[in-house]
Design a protein around this ligand. Structure first.
Ligand code: G3P
Ligand code: CA
Length: 311
């Protein structure tokens, strides 16, 4: 059996603002197997590392460009050229009321970080791989491919082009392309002919992440279909662990076992010490339980050092 895979979720985001180069460097130093990048497109078609389609929750865009929001009050990255985005300061994630999303993390008013491009982050990780002798991988999620297509932008195609420029072509390359959108993954495999390792993320239909029917993907027929175009799945942690009865006793769904039967690896998201499922009150205990009993092949975490220190 392969070693448990540690994926630094949005970098070492438990310690430094998500998707900053500093957070990626910290995750690399902590020994993560992969560092995750969510990416979106700018107006001039640069891929930037950003979780939301809009810039509001993690930058000062509303102060800097108050007149450039859409009707919903948000400033979308695709309405800005890279040169404007480069002038923004990145902060620790805020809620819409301006307060810190994670109060015990890095201060929200630091004003010292910038939005990286995917190119820059790849250069950073490949450079650190060379200088440290490590082989840390990329785990990239092009955000909302269908939304980008409606905006006239083909984010999956642009992502595969950038990866190709940096030497990522085959399944053995240490890069994973993940998406909630099954049509985008099928197109990447069948039409764009990528040979890279693909991961079908699985959410809950109520989240409206994409038009994908996650209830179907969780069935045996659904998982069989996923195995025709992807190599692994990325379910929500609570689709793997369940808490039953009045005491909330933890148990497991059959998802991991079923996925393995179809040859799919399983990397669940997201283990956070400051946002554990309410039935779990200790990160290390939860982690040990998952490592020993879940059958998971890996996990996304904001705190990669809490896992890598165990090995
Ligand atoms: O991509 C795995 C996990 O990151 C999915 O959730 O919303 O953090 O992108 P999100
Ligand atoms: Ca993600």
């Amino acid at each position: 059996m392969e070693a448990f895979t540690v994926i630094a979720h949005r970098g070492a985001s438990g310690y430094l603002p998500e998707h900053t180069l500093e957070g990626a460097a910290m995750a690399h130093a902590m020994g993560a197997d992969f560092i995750e990048q969510d990416v979106v497109l700018t107006r001039d078609r640069s891929l930037i590392v950003l979780h939301d389609l809009f810039l509001d929750a993690v930058t000062d865009v509303a102060d800097r460009f108050p007149d450039r929001c859409r009707d919903d009050g948000r400033h979308y990255a695709i309405d800005f050229d890279l040169k404007d985005i480069r002038t923004l300061r990145v902060n620790e994630r805020r809620q819409t009321n301006g307060k810190a999303a994670f109060p015990s993390r890095f201060p929200v008013d630091s004003n010292i970080f910038r939005v990286p491009t995917l190119d820059e982050e790849i250069i950073l990780i490949q450079g650190m791989n060379q200088s440290t002798g490590r082989d840390t991988g990329l785990y990239i999620e092009p955000k909302s491919p269908a939304w980008h297509l409606r905006e006239g932008a083909d984010i999956m195609k642009d992502l595969l082009t950038v990866l190709s420029h940096h030497g990522y072509h085959s399944r053995s390359d240490k890069v994973r392309v993940q998406s909630f959108d099954d049509q985008a993954l099928k197109r990447a495999r069948n039409d764009l002919k990528t040979e890279l390792t693909l991961v079908q993320l699985i959410g809950d239909n109520s989240w409206r992440e994409s038009d994908t029917d996650f209830d179907y993907l969780l069935t045996d027929a659904g998982l069989r279909e996923v195995s025709s175009y992807a190599d692994g799945i990325g379910p929500w942690l609570l689709q793997v662990v369940q808490f039953n009865g009045p005491t909330g006793q933890a148990g497991f769904t059959s998802l991991v076992e079923q996925a393995h039967q179809h040859g799919l690896f399983v990397h669940a998201y997201t283990l956070r010490s400051d946002q554990l499922p309410k039935e779990m009150n200790d990160f290390d205990q939860a982690l040990r339980f998952l490592l020993e009993h879940s059958g998971l092949d890996g996990i996304f975490t904001d705190f990669p050092d809490r896992i890598t220190k165990l090995s």
